[in-house]
Design a protein around this ligand. Structure first.
Ligand SMILES: [Zn+2]
Length: 461
């Protein structure tokens, strides 16, 4: 009897743990959670003696399986006891480098407030800076068909940036889009509506599908977390290359502090400019060499910036950017149709963020995206928390369709994918990487700038 009471007490804590960490959107109940814990343990240990018993009878109390279950429950209890949720945003202890102050506010909140204070200027200064930016683009565009490059993904931020550049800033932007073969129909429609509605030229770089597919497969085989680095890196390369090609010095991007100010927790992502890492992973796991895929490493970035003078500007920081209002403008003016979550314009990104990240890596990126909105005052914490009552996937039918589609396109069988999910993650740094070197270099330059009072290097490195 004493043993069973022990299970009950641990079980309540375990239920609490799963309530806060569940990714499949089911409403937990006592029995459901017991089933879930047991089936997860079965999955992880591969031990078929783990059976969902419902309520353990006294006859099982002396079995090895029963005692093992108690030990597992103890582990879960410890995890549950360590579980913490920030009192201001929705970051929780699933982020490894999260710390809390005495009032339960996390370090990410504080860092983000500092970033926002630095990047989001008071209105008078912002207007002056915006005018300087517009003048810089207009000067640069003299005698050329365009004044700047605007990268568009089909998401709200970049679509609104394109609208602002043309209609509010009075510029002649060239819209640049990277098509990696995973755009949803909705994203293509949105891009078409925005580009035609705003009335600008669109350059679309279509990635060689066979090469991209092989590189994505390599990332799966390498078990590294940032599969999207391939897309993000190519997107950077395409934007910078088009700016250079048209001799333009400004890329106006939809990146911004008020909806993207949160940094990613350690281990939740990896440097998208790590060209060496991309090449090394493909060399080790790929079946074809990289021939046509555009890449941008840190050295390429420094050459683009210091020699060709191309600047990446987070254009939305130059206006009072409120995402919900921007979405209304896009809907009313261009018939734009929104996605359920950030970055869900790509089918692969949706599947990666909504399924692979939580399932294999224990990461729910909604925590970062929604926390940014909470800290910038664009969403209440209660509203953000409500999102975690449902799955990161809009609906189960779509998840099933996406799963089938992604596996078919990448050429993985269901068994291979299950084995991939069950295998442990491998850090990017297990493969050759250029990130650490450049991080040290940037840090040294920052120290020099401070030592010389900013006079030696008067621009961002
Ligand atoms: Zn926080």
């Amino acid at each position: 009897m004493r043993v069973w009471l022990g299970v009950s007490r641990n079980f309540n804590l375990a239920t609490h743990f799963y309530e806060n960490n569940r990714v499949d959107g089911t409403i937990p109940s006592y029995d459901m959670d017991l089933m879930k814990i047991v089936s997860r343990r079965r999955e992880h240990s591969g031990d078929r003696r783990w059976r969902p018993l419902g309520v353990a009878g006294p006859h099982r109390e002396n079995s090895e399986c029963h005692w093992r279950r108690l030990r597992e429950m103890d582990e879960l209890t410890r995890e549950a006891a360590n579980y913490r949720l920030c009192t201001r945003c929705v970051m929780d202890s699933s982020a490894p480098d999260l710390t809390f102050d005495a009032s339960g506010v996390c370090n990410f909140c504080e860092e983000t407030r500092e970033i926002m204070a630095r990047q989001i200027l008071p209105q008078d200064q912002r207007e002056r800076k915006r005018q300087e930016l517009i003048n810089r683009c207009l000067d640069n565009g003299k005698g050329k068909p365009y004044d700047c490059v605007v990268g568009v993904s089909g998401g709200v931020d970049s679509s609104y940036m394109l609208h602002l550049a043309k209609l509010e800033f009075g510029l002649r932007p060239l819209a640049v889009h990277l098509d990696n073969g995973w755009n949803g129909e909705l994203a293509n429609n949105n891009i078409e509506r925005i580009v035609n509605g705003v009335g600008v030229d669109l350059f679309t770089h279509v990635i060689d599908w066979e090469e991209n597919r092989d590189m994505q497969r390599s990332y799966f085989k390498a078990h590294v977390i940032n599969i999207e680095a391939l897309m993000d890196n190519a997107m950077l390369a395409v934007n910078y290359r088009m700016a250079r090609c048209h001799k333009l010095n400004t890329i106006l991007a939809g990146t911004n502090a008020s909806t993207e100010g949160f940094r990613m927790p350690k281990g939740w992502s990896h440097d998208a400019r790590d060209k060496k890492n991309i090449k090394a992973i493909q060399k080790r796991f790929g079946t074809i060499p990289i021939r046509t895929h555009w890449l941008q490493g840190h050295l390429d970035y420094l050459i683009d910036k210091r020699i060709f003078g191309v600047q990446w500007i987070s254009g939305l920081d130059y206006v009072d950017y409120v995402k919900a209002q921007a979405l209304e403008v896009l809907k009313d003016r261009y018939g734009y149709r929104p996605y359920p979550y950030k970055h869900y314009e790509s089918i692969f990104t949706r599947f990666y963020q909504g399924y692979i990240l939580p399932k294999k890596f224990g990461v729910d990126k909604r925590r970062v995206h929604l926390s940014t909105l909470v800290v910038s005052g664009q969403m209440t914490r209660d509203m953000a928390l409500k999102h975690f009552e449902t799955s990161p996937y809009p609906d189960a039918k779509l998840l099933h369709e996406d799963l089938e589609y992604v596996l078919k396109r990448l050429g993985f069988s269901r068994g291979e994918f299950e084995a991939y999910l069950a295998a442990p993650a491998v850090p990017h740094t297990a493969y050759p990487s250029e990130s650490a070197f450049y991080e040290r270099l940037y840090a040294a330059v920052r120290r020099l700038r401070i030592a010389f009072g900013g006079r030696m290097f008067n621009e961002k490195f």
